[in-house]
Design a protein around this ligand. Structure first.
Ligand code: ZN
Length: 432
């Protein structure tokens, strides 16, 4: 376990961390300049060359990468090495339906697994533990990310993936799982089911690693008391590897960023200007070591606060608060990124008006997504008898675009409430 609690790095002085980051940044900028023409052109357009970057103090000279850049460079314009040197991809949805494809070399996977293993050790998990991973496996990074880190640590891993609650509970009891990894809403759902079915005395859980969606300290307290565990947050993005960019230690007050691999900044989302430590703003992350998909100054759109305050665990890595919102209109529903523009794209492709409303709610601790679509007057009277069939077809089109189910309701013209003449596009009723 010592190997994954790298005290000399995780508890180094701030000066040592900054000097390691500076060295790595200088190398990474040179690597990207030489290997990623898309980003080199952005640097050239800004009149910057690798010679201008002598340390982390020069970071703000570099151009940002935004989600639009990831879309424009689809499918491989930001890849840092030939495809042959990559061993895996993961993917996430983009703003207009085009997916973002992230590439990993063998080393990238090892580094990612190390970051996750560190996160587990910080939550007091060891090779004695049985880790039940209920994040989805596949293009989504949750499943394979937690899996890789837990296996590297020497835990016994149950690669359950998401869903099949009955089977999850059977294995949890029979194989004596001690660690649960899933979204906080699924953890809450499992805990309710466990208590309702009288399994509370038969489970052996002691820790939870919950991420991929927003949750509150109230929700944490309720999951912790109903399952008898300590619940830890984990943060990450597919664009930057996946879960494990930042992790919560025993203090459970903010997440330490793995600063030997990631350089974090906070900017004003409106002006793009860097903000001093302690300010609330948009988190921007530079990947210092990844080679398959080496993103520099990636705008995460997550709003948070960074803090260098001394942590009771002894780690000196900077801490980020839990994301407090987004600087764009992305919603996270059932752990999946959903952009209203994706829904709009489907509606327009299918010949519907762009008068729609998205309602997100949380029922029985599970997110729900409802899409109300206004029909035009002629459509409404002509097709009254066929509405169910049309709704069904939209459900499957939306599933193909978003990866999750949405309830579709075709509604009468002018029935969506407008405020100041404009339809309110998104209503998020979740109390989180
Ligand atoms: Zn700590």
């Amino acid at each position: 376990m010592e190997r994954y609690y790298q005290k000399e790095i995780e508890c180094a002085s701030r000066d040592e961390i900054r000097s390691l980051q500076s060295r790595r940044l200088v190398e990474q900028v040179r690597f990207v300049w030489d290997n990623v023409p898309y980003y080199r052109h952005k640097m050239e357009a800004q009149g910057v060359t690798p010679d201008d970057i002598k340390g982390i103090e020069d970071i703000s000279k570099l151009p940002f990468l935004k989600k639009d850049d990831l879309r424009d460079s689809y499918p491989d314009g930001l890849r840092g090495v030939p495809a042959k040197e990559c061993v895996r991809i993961h993917s996430t949805s983009g703003t207009t339906g085009k997916r973002v494809v992230a590439y990993y070399t063998k080393d990238d996977i090892e580094l990612w697994n190390d970051c996750v293993a560190r996160a587990l050790v910080a939550a007091d998990i060891s090779d004695e533990d049985v880790v039940q991973v209920c994040y989805g496996y596949g293009l989504f990074t949750g499943g394979l990310g937690l899996h890789g880190g837990a296996e590297k640590l020497g835990c016994m891993v149950l690669p359950m993936s998401s869903g099949s609650t009955e089977r999850q509970l059977q294995f949890m009891v029979d194989l004596k799982s001690t660690v649960l990894c899933c979204t906080p809403s699924y953890a809450a759902y499992l805990s309710e089911t466990i208590n309702e079915t009288g399994l509370r005395d038969k489970i052996h859980l002691r820790r939870g690693i919950f991420g991929a969606e927003a949750w509150s300290d109230d929700m944490r307290a309720s999951i912790e008391s109903s399952l008898g565990i300590k619940a830890h947050d984990i943060y990450g993005l597919t664009e930057l590897s996946g879960p494990g960019v930042a992790y919560e230690c025993s203090a459970q007050k903010g997440m330490h960023i793995n600063e030997d691999h990631f350089l974090a900044e906070i900017i004003d989302p409106e002006t793009g200007k860097s903000l001093p430590l302690g300010s609330k703003g948009e988190l921007v992350i530079t990947s210092l070591t990844k080679k398959g998909f080496p993103l520099l100054r990636y705008r995460t759109r997550d709003i948070c606060i960074l803090s260098e305050e001394k942590c009771s665990c002894g780690r000196t890595f900077v801490k980020m608060s839990r994301p407090m919102g987004r600087s764009d209109d992305m919603l996270i529903v059932k752990g999946v990124n959903v952009f209203p523009s994706q829904i709009e794209t489907v509606l327009i492709q299918q010949g519907y008006s762009s008068n729609y409303q998205i309602i997100v709610d949380r029922k029985n601790n599970s997110d729900t997504l409802d899409v109300m679509i206004e029909m035009t007057s002629e459509n409404f009277s002509d097709n009254l008898g066929k509405i169910t069939a049309q709704e069904k077809s939209l459900v499957s089109e939306l599933k193909a675009m978003l990866g999750i189910y949405a309830n579709v309701h075709l509604v009468a013209p002018k029935s969506i409430v407008r405020s100041e003449g404009k339809a309110v596009r998104v209503i998020d009723r979740r109390k989180i």
